[in-house]
Design a protein around this ligand. Sequence first.
Ligand SMILES: NC(=O)c1ccc[n+]([C@@H]2O[C@H](COP(=O)([O-])OP(=O)(O)OC[C@H]3O[C@@H](n4cnc5c(N)ncnc54)[C@H](OP(=O)(O)O)[C@@H]3O)[C@@H](O)[C@H]2O)c1
Length: 239
Amino acid sequence: MARSVVVTGGGTGIGLEIARRFVEAGDSVVIVGRRRAVLEQAAEGLGGGVAPLVCDLADPEAVEAALAALPARIDVLVNNAGSRETGFGAGPHALLARWRGDFERNVLTAVLLTESVRDRLTPGGGRVITISSIAALRGAGSYGAAKASLHAWNHFLAAQLGPSGITANIVAPGTVAGTEFFGPRLDEAEVSRRAARTLLGRVGERGEVAAAVEFLASAGAGFITGEILHCNGGELLGR
Ligand SMILES: NC(=O)c1ccc[n+]([C@@H]2O[C@H](COP(=O)([O-])OP(=O)(O)OC[C@H]3O[C@@H](n4cnc5c(N)ncnc54)[C@H](OP(=O)(O)O)[C@@H]3O)[C@@H](O)[C@H]2O)c1
């Protein structure tokens, strides 16, 4: 049976590849993001069965307003939306903006939506999959701290959803090229530097993260919950 899937940040990068996997499996997919044109272009490229939904997931009012457009039943919720902003400058105000912003962009985007649609998750098979980052373990200041708090929240969520037969897991990618995440910061030299930190000698591809999500969403992953699946080419072993 076709699943009802919601992929946040599904208009670009890793989220777009995740959405593609579900579309190819014949599922019905809603992609969520802030930019209408980006979402509509992505939906067109993915073909039938994809609905774009414009929503700033860090804004509780926008999330509440989006509820009417979200499916009444959700088999798979992928909390992929997130970003790391740079260029805040120095001083306590800049620090506050950076830390608060990273928490809002990477934690509240997942928490607000998941809590808002919790009653729509399919009992006995529903899946919540959240994208964190290798930064949660390596450091990376406010962004890493925000991603790390997703790990703590996921464990709590898995315990709450477990009795209903719904799993909650994290996929934590290392560097993945071909997304909007780094902007111009990921030039050739930076890719080489990051590739050298992995055991495989290369950075990741979007489809490789999507494959991990696809597995955790599958029926075969039904006894896995509260876990963090690292997808980073062995980079952490080099710490
Ligand atoms: N690329 C990497 O190396 C890497 C490594 C580890 C983890 N990650 C994580 O992987 C996830 C996907 O990132 P990506 O690399 O694919 O970058 P990306 O291309 O920038 O994708 C991020 C997506 O999230 C959406 N988004 C951001 N803030 C949002 C908000 N407040 N409300 C709704 N949608 C929002 C963006 O769309 P709009 O701008 O239109 O809203 C965009 O489609 C992120 O959580 C990122 O932290 C990436």
